[in-house]
Design a protein. Structure first.
Ligand code: IPM
Ligand code: MN
Length: 367
C-alpha cells in the first residue's frame, strides 16, 4: 500500500516526538511492505515565524492532498499575548476546520506496567479502558460572535456556544459505531441542567441512540463526570461530549494512563471517495516548551497516533495492533521517559522510539 503522509511537527516537543513517530511509521511500512512518502509543512508558532500566518495556505493545500496528517503540537510562550489570529493555537483550529475533522477520538487506558506512574490507587486504575469522543469543529471554540470590546469598566468579552442538530448527530453516530466494536456503552456528557446547548445535545444523542438498540446509553453532567473519571474510571467505555468539555476531561483522563505523554488521538472527518476517512493524528499533550529540544519528551502519544492512522486512515488494523503491542513491550521493559517516573534512569525520546522499532522488527520477524 502507498501511504502519503503529511508531517506537521509544529512547536516545542512536537518536533522531537513527530520525528520518532515518523521513524516508527517508516519502520512499520518496511516491515509490512508498504511504501511511505512523507512531506513536511508548517503549522503554529514556527509557521508564524516563517510566514506570518499560523496556518499558511501552503499547509492547507498539503493537508488537503495528503492521505493523512500527523501533527506534533503547537504553542510557544512568546505568543501568549499576541492577537487571536497571530497565535499558534489558531493554526490548529484552522486545520481542524479546513479538514472538517469533527470527531476527535482520544483513547484513555491504563497499562499494567504504568500503574505506579499514576497518582491514583492501582486497583482503581487497573483495567480502565475508555475512549473519549470529543466534538472538534463546533461549540465555544468556533462560535460567533466572539471577541473583546470596549474599554475600562465597559470592557467585555464574549464567546458563543452553538451546536446544530446535524453537528451533534454525526459525532453521536461516530460514538455509537465505535461502541459497537467495544463494550457497547456510550456515556454522553453535558451540562443540560443549565445550558440550552446541552439540552439539545442530550435530546439529539438520545434520538440517535434509537438507531443502536444494541448499545446502552447513559447521560452524565460534566461536573459529575469529572469526579467519576477518577472515582470509578472503569464504568466508562465510550465517552461522548462537546468540544470544550472533551478538551478538559481528556487531560483529566491522562492521569489514568500515567502521563499525558501517553495519549494519542485521531481526528476524523467525512469519508473520501476511497471509503477512507479524512484523518488528522496528534498526541493529546501540548508543546511543553520547558523541556523542548532536550530529548526528554515521551514520544508514545505521537507513536500511538501513528497506530491510529494505520487503523483509521489506511484500514491496516493488524499493523496498528503490532504498534500497540510493541509499545506495550517497551513499557514492560521499563524503557520509559521521565514523565512516567521510572525507578531507574529515564530513557530519552529517541531511545524510546528506537525501542519501539526494535520490538516491531522482532514481531515482524516472528510473524
Ligand atoms: C488539545 C489542545 C488544543 C485544544 C489547544 C492547543 C488549542 O489543548 O488538542 O487538547 O484546546 O484543542
Ligand atoms: Mn487540550
Amino acid at each position: 500500500m502507498k501511504l502519503n503522509v503529511l508531517l506537521l511537527p509544529g512547536d516545542g516537543i512536537g518536533v522531537e516526538v513527530t520525528s520518532e513517530a515518523a521513524k516508527v511509521l517508516r519502520h512499520v511500512a518496511d516491515a509490512f511492505g508498504h511504501q511511505v512518502s512523507t512531506r513536511e509543512g508548517l503549522l503554529g508558532g514556527v509557521a508564524i515565524h516563517k510566514t506570518g500566518n499560523p496556518f499558511p495556505d501552503e499547509t492547507r493545500e498539503l493537508a488537503l492532498n495528503a492521505d493523512a496528517t500527523l501533527l506534533g503540537a503547537v504553542g510557544l510562550p512568546e505568543f501568549d499575548h499576541a492577537p487571536p489570529d497571530k497565535r499558534p493555537e489558531r493554526g490548529l483550529l484552522g486545520i481542524r476546520k479546513a479538514l472538517g475533522v469533527y470527531a476527535n477520538l482520544r483513547p484513555v487506558r491504563s497499562y499494567r506496567a504504568l500503574l505506579d506512574s499514576s497518582p491514583l490507587k492501582n486497583e482503581l486504575v487497573d483495567g480502565a479502558d475508555m475512549i473519549i469522543v470529543r466534538e472538534l469543529t463546533g461549540g465555544l471554540y468556533y462560535g460567533t460572535p466572539r471577541g473583546i470590546s470596549g474599554n475600562g469598566a465597559e470592557e467585555r468579552a464574549v464567546n458563543t456556544m452553538t451546536y446544530t442538530r446535524p453537528e451533534i448527530e454525526r459525532v453521536a453516530h461516530m460514538a455509537f459505531q465505535l461502541a459497537r466494536k467495544r463494550r457497547k456503552k456510550v456515556t454522553s456528557v453535558d451540562k443540560s441542567n443549565v445550558l440550552e446547548n446541552s439540552q439539545l445535545w442530550r435530546r439529539v444523542v438520545s434520538e440517535v441512540a434509537g438507531e443502536y438498540p444494541d448499545v446502552a446509553l447513559d447521560h452524565i453532567l460534566v461536573d459529575n463526570c469529572a469526579m467519576q473519571l477518577v472515582l470509578s474510571p472503569k464504568r466508562f467505555d465510550v465517552v461522548l461530549t462537546e468540544n470544550l468539555f472533551g478538551d478538559i476531561l481528556s487531560d483529566e483522563g491522562a492521569v489514568l494512563a500515567g502521563s499525558i505523554g501517553m495519549l494519542p488521538s485521531a481526528s476524523l472527518g467525512a469519508k473520501k471517495a476511497s471509503g477512507a476517512r479524512i484523518g488528522l493524528y496528534e498526541p493529546v499533550h501540548g508543546s511543553a516548551p520547558d523541556i523542548a529540544g532536550q530529548n526528554k519528551a515521551n514520544p508514545l502519544g505521537a507513536i500511538g497516533s501513528v497506530a491510529a492512522m494505520l487503523e483509521y486512515s489506511f484500514g491496516l488494523s493488524e499493523d496498528a495492533q503490532s504498534v500497540y503491542g510493541a509499545v506495550e513491550e517497551v513499557l514492560n521493559s521499563g524503557c520509559v521517559t521521565a514523565d512516567l517516573k521510572p525507578k531507574g534512569k529515564p530513557a530519552t525520546t529517541s531511545e524510546v522510539g528506537d525501542a519501539v522499532c526494535e520490538a516491531l522488527s522482532a514481531r515482524a520477524a516472528s510473524a
